[in-house]
Design a protein around this ligand. Structure first.
Ligand SMILES: Cc1ncc(COP(=O)(O)O)c(C=O)c1O
Length: 375
């Protein structure tokens, strides 16, 4: 067995039984059963979104009520950022002055890209990954050094370290990564951050943090709490909290760095989003519910991959990444005909697909459709 195969076995795990058992016990929700004996689902009336890693359930009812109650304050500047920072300070164990808020974590990624490009230089980034920060830096003249993921599809820290040049201003890491839902092993990551952050910024994007259920993973928030002054961590309310359309994200860093980020941010977020966030971050029931449904969906898709022998990357997030056996543009068009929207093509994996978790019953329809067409 060559290294790739042995690694695959290690990393591309899962069980067929779990997937099959899930299908039997599912509530069909809004999808109509056309063959109850076989559990066959009818095509949905409107397209199911499995393309943008959104939470199909959010925002929570409590967050919606908080927004409704805040409507009458919409004539006022300001808001409750201070209260939100105090709350997050308790949750994350970092002082409140180490936190900033943005219009989604996208704004903080943009700010990181701008800060790193104030002087000419380069940015080291994995490939593939979420490239908002690199795009912002590139527009300002930074050179982007893309470091391919390893054979095992994980971010290759050794290769990233080797790619750092004297002019490298920032190293970007996405953990879990996107579109590959892999994580970086915690001790290796901490050693890397401590070494690299001595001389340059390290930006860690933890957008999918709340979905991770893997003992090898750890957030690097403790390094911010410890006072490291060259690390920025981004989190978002867009994923587990279902806020993609509300635009709330957070940056965690040393107060000197927070001040610089605040200088390059464009402004504040709406008072409705602030109240929704303050409520959502305390709504553990909704977060647990979302995590549980996400696991069910992943078990269905990864169970299908096991059953059909399709290679996949074991997911640590709210999306699956698997080899479809065809050009992924063809796959996407074929799914669209069945009212399913899946993710775009991600190079350098032209035959793989990223499929975001919709509701479990919708994932069952996806599995049913894929099997009907291609099994
Ligand atoms: C890894 C990663 N970071 C950041 C974002 C941006 O999210 P938002 O700007 O909605 O917080 C996304 C969105 O999909 C993402 O996948």
């Amino acid at each position: 067995m060559n290294t790739l195969l042995s690694r695959r076995r290690l990393l591309f795990g899962g069980t067929t039984l779990a997937g099959a058992a899930m299908l039997g016990g599912l509530s069909t929700g809004a999808l109509r059963l056309i063959n109850p004996a076989m559990g066959e689902l009818a095509a949905p009336v409107t397209p199911i979104r499995m393309s943008s890693n959104e939470n199909p359930y959010g925002p929570s009812q409590k967050a919606v009520e908080a927004m409704q109650a805040a409507f009458s304050q919409s004539n006022l500047y300001g808001g409750i950022n201070g209260q939100i920072f105090e709350l997050l300070s308790k949750i994350e164990g970092v002082p409140a002055n180490h936190i900033t808020i943005g219009a989604g974590s996208g704004e903080l990624l943009h700010a990181g890209g701008v800060l790193a490009s104030l002087e000419p230089g380069s940015i080291v980034s994995p490939y593939p990954t979420f490239n908002s920060l690199a795009r912002a830096a590139e527009v300002l003249g930074a050179e982007i050094i893309n470091v391919p993921v390893g054979e095992d599809m994980h971010i290759d820290l050794n290769a990233m370290y080797a790619a750092i040049r004297p002019d490298t201003r920032l190293v970007y890491l996405c953990n879990p990564n996107n579109p590959l839902p892999t994580i970086i092993e915690k001790q290796a990551l901490e050693d890397f951050v401590r070494a690299v952050a001595k001389d340059r910024l390290v930006f860690i994007d933890e957008a999918y943090y709340e979905y991770v259920d893997n003992p090898e993973f750890s957030s690097m928030m403790h390094l911010v709490a410890e006072g490291l002054n060259n690390i920025i961590i981004a989190r978002t309310a867009s994923k587990i909290h279902g806020f993609a359309g509300l635009r709330v994200g957070f940056g965690y860093a040393h107060p000197d760095l927070i001040a610089k980020i605040n200088q390059v941010k464009t402004g504040s977020i709406s008072i409705l989003s602030q109240h929704a966030a303050y409520t959502a971050y305390q709504d553990m029931e909704f977060q647990d519910f979302s995590r549980a449904r996400n696991k069910e969906g992943l078990a269905l898709v990864e169970g299908m991959c096991d059953e059909l022998g399709l290679r996949y990357v074991k997911s640590n997030a709210n999306f699956a990444f698997f080899e479809t056996g065809m050009d992924s543009d063809v796959f996407r068009a074929s799914m669209r005909e069945h009212n399913i929207m899946v993710g775009r093509t991600f190079q350098p994996f032209p035959t793989w697909a990223r499929v975001s978790m919709a509701k479990p019953e919708e994932m069952a329809y996806f599995v049913q459709t894929y099997k009907k067409l291609y099994a």
